[in-house]
Ligand binder design. Structure first.
Ligand code: MEV
Length: 313
């Protein structure tokens, strides 16, 4: 029997990095992600045609992206304990890798769901997210789990890291949240950026903790703005969030240029999304016409942009 699974991509609207340190983050699913299928095979392997990658499961320490895929596949299969299956997985990836849109978490969730469907295993979104963390740890070391939670649940929510379970507060948006997503084409390495923020925090702990607290306050206000459908307020909070991310040294000149162009073209707010150091930025649009204008402004800088409604489920 073959099984199919889906993992959503994500936008962190506010709170990236702070969420690693127990502060809340506001996250939303994108109507793009990863679809995977699993079928019985002689030995376990993963194929990602979009990356021209085909790997078998392995316990070797990863040195390359292929090595990480092998190791991460093995980590997922190990979560099945004595029932460890032999499966061939093919994944169709609709997100840029290393773009801050939760591609690796979406892939991990899609694989877990495909294997579960193949084996006839039923479990909750929370359990799928927890199982896929084994995959995510290979790529990101110490993930907060927000990407995996969005990939598994979809929707919009405030996420707070917790042990053993994260806290998840669903948020119902009163207005349609239309974002323009611009890709800087500079790769964003989450593990390296999270480590860079950790080093910065070791040097100036009080200063960084104040920034993280500031982000937590923005998230709480953003939650209220989203529930009230107050998009101009949400946009202002995103701009403030970008200023705080800048003080953590995770923005780049190119991301700043893209955010400035988006604001100039009428965005209500703009910021990087995900770990930064490259990857994508997001701009909040008032309506579809503004979204087109903002996307055009980003493309005029030679960068790719697409328009997406946040909160897919
Ligand atoms: C990555 O999408 C978001 C970070 O906050 C890392 C994490 O939450 O694990 C930078």
């Amino acid at each position: 029997m073959s099984g199919a699974g889906l993992g959503w991509g994500k936008l962190i609207v506010l709170g990236e990095h702070a969420v690693v340190y127990g502060r809340p983050a506001l996250a939303a699913a994108l109507a793009r992600g990863v679809r995977a299928t699993a079928t019985a095979a002689e030995r376990s392997e993963l194929e990602v045609p979009a990356w021209n990658a085909r790997v078998t499961a392995s316990r070797e320490a990863p040195e390359t992206r292929r090595g990480a895929l092998s190791r991460a596949l093995d980590a997922i299969l190990s979560t099945y304990g004595g029932a460890r299956p032999n499966v061939r997985i093919v994944a169709d990836v609709e997100l840029p890798a290393g773009g801050g849109l939760g591609c690796s978490a979406a892939l991990g969730v899609a694989i877990v769901r495909a294997i579960d469907a193949h084996l006839g295993v039923a479990r909750s979104d929370a359990d799928v997210a927890a199982a896929s963390l084994a995959w995510e740890r290979v790529f990101h070391g110490n993930p907060s789990g927000v990407d995996s939670a969005v990939a598994a649940r979809g929707g919009v929510f405030v996420f707070r890291r917790g042990d053993p379970e994260p806290e998840i507060e669903p948020v119902t948006p009163r207005a349609r949240m239309l974002f323009v997503i611009g890709d800087s084409a500079e790769p964003s390495a989450t593990k390296a950026m999270v480590a860079a923020v950790a080093r910065h925090r070791e040097r100036v702990p009080d200063k960084v903790d104040k920034v993280l607290d500031g982000m937590a306050a923005l998230v709480q206000n953003a939650r209220i703005a989203v529930m009230a459908g107050d998009l101009p307020q949400l946009g202002k909070l995103m701009d403030l969030g970008q200023a705080l991310l800048n003080t953590l040294l995770v923005s780049t000149a190119r991301l700043e240029e893209m955010c400035a162009a988006a604001r100039h073209a009428g965005a209500l707010g703009a910021k990087l999304t995900g770990a930064g150091g490259g990857g994508c930025m997001i701009a909040l649009a008032r309506d579809p016409e503004d979204a087109e204008r903002i996307a055009h402004a980003i493309r005029s800088l030679g960068r790719e942009a697409f328009i997406a409604e946040a909160g897919a489920s």
